[in-house]
Ligand binder design. Structure first.
Ligand SMILES: [Zn+2]
Length: 116
């Protein structure tokens, strides 16, 4: 299994805001167009008014954090690393999930060296 973080992890997210039939303001964030359609249908059914949809997107930092700190199978954050090794010009880390026993490898690319 290999996936590129930027291409596959960027999911369109939508902030849906509305006013309920009782006059209360509410909002929710949904991922993907299918869930957005479902939410809008549900709101119409419940006679919500002033439905407003704004498209948002996760920051790349959040996506990288999620990809390197959670299990790609179950999404759990109880993960362990066997440390880093080198392969060609990349740094690789073999990872394991304590929740579902999944094992995977993260490939890091060294971008530069900077003295602090
Ligand atoms: Zn897992």
């Amino acid at each position: 299994m290999f996936y590129e973080i930027e291409k596959s992890e960027r999911v369109k997210r939508y902030l849906v805001e509305w006013v309920s039939a009782f006059g209360f303001r509410d909002s929710v964030t949904v991922s993907g167009e299918m869930r957005l359609d479902q939410k809008i249908k549900e709101l119409k059914k419940h006679s919500a008014m002033g439905v407003k949809v704004t498209q948002t997107q996760d920051a790349i930092e959040d996506l990288v954090y999620k990809a390197t700190n959670s299990c790609p199978r179950c999404g759990g954050y109880e993960i362990e690393s066997d440390g880093v090794n080198f392969q060609d010009d990349c740094i690789v880390a073999d990872m394991g999930c304590n929740t579902c026993e999944n094992e995977w490898r993260i490939t890091y690319e060294a971008k530069g060296v900077q003295e602090k």
